[in-house]
Design a protein around this ligand. Structure first.
Ligand code: DOR
Length: 449
């Protein structure tokens, strides 16, 4: 006889909207069906979570998976595999692929490629350009799209909205919250002279300095207010932007990355060379401490990994030709758990920054909390496990992490996506069954471009 539930997770401490409770959780048809003291005999599959903490599935809202076009660095299969191994149940992927994701065809191409190859749920950003600025309001609402991404400063790839007029045009068209890489392009160009003839990677935060970020974020907030739109400032790196963003909660949300919360200049460049090079850069410790303060005070809304893989060989090019970015989707949660154990953040903050925050910012449908009716997405962690980030555990095609060899307290022990156990004790299970993430603001199927 068919049982009531497909899966029951028993004996764990479950992070529910009512708090952390000892409870069983049942999943049927991919959705959470019940929470409480439940009868395990009513489920086909029983997952014994004794000793584990059951968190809402971790959502990484900023990754670069390089497919199509740059699959030697990463592809949708390897990137999502890394995600699932690190306890991540859903990812939002950036548009600076080749070709860039700037129209409906490119978005559909990514969705098609992800089918049967993605290990976790996924959505794709639509890149803004001068050419598609007026169409963004339609494009951002296509199924499988998590919103628009604007690069105000040049980074990897050619997507760019360098001037106020194009920014205004793009934002006017956009209705959803728009994600922005905030570095001021004119100042970046001007200051490139500092390193053009060959500099040291330790100068990266000098070229892309604090003023470059602050100037851009001020422009962005001014124009967002002027046109009445909401923005999401990605990978904030400076102490100076934190009060600006705290005073702009009417229009702006804020992302921080584990890299900027963990590493600091100049040591990271001495130890890691160009492996520590990313945009915006890792800065001195005072900025790192300000980002922690933003987390403590609730100003930061979400943690995204900015997983940006490049091969070690590419990274060896002399600075400034060495590419910016480092892999991170697999280490996002272990690093945060380690910081939690070091007293840098609470479990409540960790959950908000990795699931509920993502849901709020992007209006995700049916994810971001453990509640009846929501997707059966869970990240099961052992808060006390002691492990080391080992080379062999890493799944990214790029084959490295700046955190290799780092001892960690707290570890993802299982990743469950819509009731399917995708990873358990470091082993992948079943196949890649990821699906597009659903959003409240998506056009009904068949509508739009
Ligand atoms: O360091 C970075 N790398 N920052 C970005 O904004 C892009 C990313 C990449 O795609 O390599």
């Amino acid at each position: 006889m068919a049982k009531d539930w497909d899966l029951i997770i028993t004996g764990g401490r479950v992070f529910t909207p009512s708090g952390l409770v000892e409870a069983d959780v049942a999943v049927a048809g991919g959705r959470i069906a019940d929470i409480g003291k439940l009868d395990a005999a009513k489920a086909d599959e029983v997952f014994d979570a004794k000793g584990l903490t059951v968190l809402p599935g971790v959502i990484d809202t900023q990754v670069h998976f390089r497919e199509p076009g740059l699959e030697h660095k990463e592809d949708l299969e390897s990137g999502t595999r890394a995600a699932v191994m690190g306890g991540v149940t859903a990812i939002f992927e950036m548009p600076n692929t080749s070709p860039a994701t700037i129209d409906a065809a490119a978005l559909n191409e990514k969705l098609t490629r992800a089918e049967g190859r993605a290990w976790c749920d996924h959505a794709f950003f639509m890149g803004a350009s001068a050419e598609n600025a007026e169409n963004l309001g339609e494009l951002e609402r296509l199924p499988g799209c998590c919103g628009v991404k604007i690069f105000m400063g040049s980074s990897t790839g050619s997507l760019l909205v360098p001037d106020d007029d194009t920014l205004r045009r793009a934002l006017r068209s956009i209705r959803r919250r728009c994600s922005v890489h905030s570095e001021d392009e004119p100042r970046l160009k001007e200051r490139f002279e500092l390193v053009r003839e060959g500099g040291k990677v330790a100068q990266h935060p000098e070229w892309r300095d604090v003023e470059t970020a602050v100037r851009s974020t001020k422009r962005l907030l001014r124009i967002a207010r002027e046109v009445g739109r909401r923005v999401h400032v990605l990978h904030v790196t400076t102490a100076e932007e934190v009060p600006l963003l705290a005073a702009a909660k009417d229009v702006a949300t804020m992302e921080v990355t584990p890299q900027h919360l963990t590493l600091a200049a100049p040591y990271c460049y001495e130890e890691l060379g160009s492996l520590a090079q990313m945009n915006p850069p890792i800065r001195e410790a005072r900025h790192r401490e300000a980002l922690w303060e933003a987390i403590r005070l609730g100003i930061a809304d979400v943690v995204g990994s900015d997983h940006a893989p490049h091969t070690l060989q590419e990274k060896q090019a002399p600075y400034p030709r060495s590419p910016s970015g480092m892999p991170g989707v697999q280490t996002l949660l272990p690093l945060l758990l380690d910081h939690l154990n070091a007293g840098k953040l609470t479990l409540e903050r960790l959950v908000d920054l990795t699931s509920a925050g993502a849901q709020r910012i992007f209006n995700i449908a049916g994810k971001g909390r453990i509640a009846v009716g929501y997707d059966g997405d869970f990240t099961l962690v052992d808060l006390r496990a002691k492990k080391t980030i080992e080379h062999d555990w890493l799944q990214s095609k790029s084959g490295w992490s700046p955190f290799e060899g780092k001892p960690i307290t707290g570890w993802p022990m299982a990743t469950i996506i819509r009731g399917h156990v995708a990873m358990r004790d470091g082993e992948l299970l079943g196949g890649p069954t990821g699906r597009p993430v659903r959003f409240m603001e998506t056009l009904p199927q068949g509508a739009g471009a």
